[in-house]
Design a protein around this ligand. Structure first.
Ligand code: HH2
Length: 277
C-alpha cells in the first residue's frame, strides 16, 4: 500500500509540530510592545528565533490587543518593511501579520512568504484578490468584529460549532476569490472575541476544527486566558501556562504554535514528542 505523504503547508512538512516566532515591531503590543523599536534589533531577534528552531517568523506592525487603536498602513509599512527585508534576505520564512492589503503587498515584495490575517481577509476588500494573485500561503484567523469591538461579540451558544462554521465560511470565501485550498491554514483566534471559557472550550474541542481539513495554527502564548487560569497577571511572565496550553493544543491536533518564547517552546515540544512517540 502506498504511504500517503505527510501533509504540508507553506513548504513545511507537518509530520511534526511547527513553531512560528512572534516579532512585534510595535510600540504597544500587549506583552512585548516597544521591545524591538530599532530594525537592527528586530532583525537580530528574528534571526535568534530562527537559530533556536522557529520555522516561521511572524512580523507584525500593528497591535491587535482588545481595544487597540488601528495604525495607518503607511506607518505599519514603515515599521515592518526593513525587518521583513532583513529577515527574508537572511533566508528566513517570514509571515506578515496584517489585515491591510497595502502592507501585505509591501511585505510580499520585500520577501515575505506568508500572509497572516487576523480578520481572515475580511478587513480589506483588496486582500483576498491580492493573496489569490500572489499564490502565497495564508492564515485565516477567526474573529468577530474588530480588535476595537470584538469583546462585545464574545457570545456563543456552542463556541466550537460556531467557530468551525464561521471558519468554513471564510475558507469558502477565500476559495471563491481564487485562493487554493492547499494555501490555507486555519486559526481559532484565541482571545479574539473569546472570553476565557470560550478559549478553554475551543482548545478541548480542537479536533472538531481539525476536521475542516486544513492545518491549524494556534496562538495561545501569553494570552489573557492563560493569565486567568494560572493566576499570573503579567503577560511576559505567562511562559509556564503558555507551554502547558501549547502542548495541550498539539495533543489535540494543532500543527503550528505561534509563540513569543521560541527556544522554550521547542524544548517543550521535543520532550513531549519523545514521550508521545
Ligand atoms: N494573536 C495576536 C496577533 N496575531 N495571529 C494569529 N494567526 N493568531 C493569533 O492568535 C494572533 C495573531 C495577538 O498577539 P500578539 O501579536 O502577541 O499581540 P499584539 O496583537 O498586541 O501585537
Amino acid at each position: 500500500m502506498a504511504i500517503s505523504p505527510a501533509p504540508s503547508w507553506a513548504g513545511l512538512t507537518l509530520d511534526r509540530p511547527r513553531v512560528m516566532g512572534i516579532l512585534n515591531v510595535t510600540p504597544d503590543s500587549f506583552s512585548d510592545g516597544g521591545a524591538y523599536a530599532d530594525p537592527a534589533q528586530a532583525i537580530a531577534a528574528g534571526r535568534a528565533m530562527a537559530e533556536a528552531g522557529a520555522d516561521i517568523i511572524d512580523v507584525g506592525g500593528e497591535s491587535t490587543r482588545p481595544g487597540a487603536t488601528p495604525v495607518p498602513p503607511a506607518e505599519e509599512i514603515r515599521r515592518i518593511l526593513p525587518v521583513v527585508r532583513g529577515l527574508a534576505e537572511a533566508g528566513l520564512r517570514v509571515s506578515i501579520d496584517t489585515s491591510n492589503a497595502a502592507t501585505m503587498q509591501a511585505a510580499l515584495d520585500a520577501g515575505a512568504a506568508i500572509v497572516n490575517d487576523v480578520s481572515a481577509l475580511t478587513h480589506d476588500p483588496a486582500a483576498a484578490p491580492l493573496v489569490a494573485a500572489h499564490g502565497c500561503p495564508v492564515v485565516l484567523m477567526h474573529m468577530r468584529g474588530t480588535p476595537g469591538t470584538m469583546m462585545g461579540h464574545a457570545q456563543y451558544a456552542d463556541v466550537a460549532a460556531e467557530v468551525a462554521a464561521e471558519l468554513a465560511a471564510r475558507m469558502a470565501a477565500a476559495e471563491a476569490a481564487g485562493i487554493a485550498r492547499a494555501a490555507i491554514c486555519l486559526d481559532p483566534g484565541f482571545g479574539f472575541a473569546k472570553r476565557a471559557e470560550h478559549s478553554v472550550a475551543l482548545l478541548r474541542r480542537l479536533p472538531e476544527l481539525a476536521a475542516l481539513g486544513r492545518p491549524l495554527l494556534v496562538g495561545v502564548s501569553r494570552k489573557g486566558f492563560i493569565g486567568r487560569l494560572s493566576g499570573e497577571e503579567r503577560p511576559a511572565a505567562r511562559l509556564g501556562g503558555s507551554l502547558a496550553a501549547g502542548l495541550f493544543a498539539v495533543s489535540r491536533g494543532a500543527a503550528i504554535l505561534r509563540v513569543h518564547n521560541v527556544s522554550e517552546s521547542i524544548a517543550a515540544l521535543r520532550v513531549w514528542r519523545a514521550l508521545a512517540d
